[in-house]
Design a protein around this ligand. Sequence first.
Ligand SMILES: C[S@@+](CC[C@H](N)C(=O)[O-])C[C@H]1O[C@@H](n2cnc3c(N)ncnc32)[C@H](O)[C@@H]1O
Length: 222
Amino acid sequence: MNPLPAVARPRAREFAQQFPKGNPRYYTMCKVAMDPLYDAVYEALATTSQPLLDVGCGMGLCAFYLRECGLNVPMRGLDFDASKIAVATIVAAQCAPDIVFETSDARGGLPQHAGSVTILDILQYLALDAQGELLSAAAQRVSIGGKLVIRTSIEAPGWRFALSKAVDRAAAALSWMKASPVVYPRPETIRRVLEANGLHGTIRPLWGHTPFNNWLAVFERT
Ligand SMILES: C[S@@+](CC[C@H](N)C(=O)[O-])C[C@H]1O[C@@H](n2cnc3c(N)ncnc32)[C@H](O)[C@@H]1O
């Protein structure tokens, strides 16, 4: 893997200050401090110059983080949770007014787009057929020079996956997530759908210091 380009990595506490006090700020600080996700996404996208569509963007953390790292491509995020989009919109107005956020359900299809796509920690909220449709739609929007970056928990025997599932269920029970997980994808299914749409890439564990069974897929059109 290429080393992360030499940029100042956003510091968790300062980065979180941009978000409203309470749960959004606390969640953001913990997420940036402990999860290697956004650094991994930056590493994948750092050399791209294509617009980015972030599907299931939540409060827009990924887009804001990438922008602070210096990724100056047009960015657009969508999520079906209007309360998270409202937070993302407030933060964008203060920090990155050109990043666009909208409330939209990925099960209804994706908007027109050509470039890179990120799908981070949302596949498990979709039924299997909807996962396949979303993966195909995302792959079709990846242009030459763009990338598709997916992070997801993978179903597997063992404590990591059991803990991932338990935390996803708890997040829904506590209303932090609008929906409960439905089914967790398998790496071979992700690869099959993406390759059928002309993409090639890698899928690897992305655990960092977290206890979860998270994997990262980075695919591109060759
Ligand atoms: C665990 S959060 C991840 C948020 C963001 N991708 C990140 O990594 O910071 C999962 C997100 O997927 C969104 N989501 C779940 N199902 C969705 C759907 N059908 N359409 C759009 N967003 C969805 C949730 O509202 C939530 O914001």
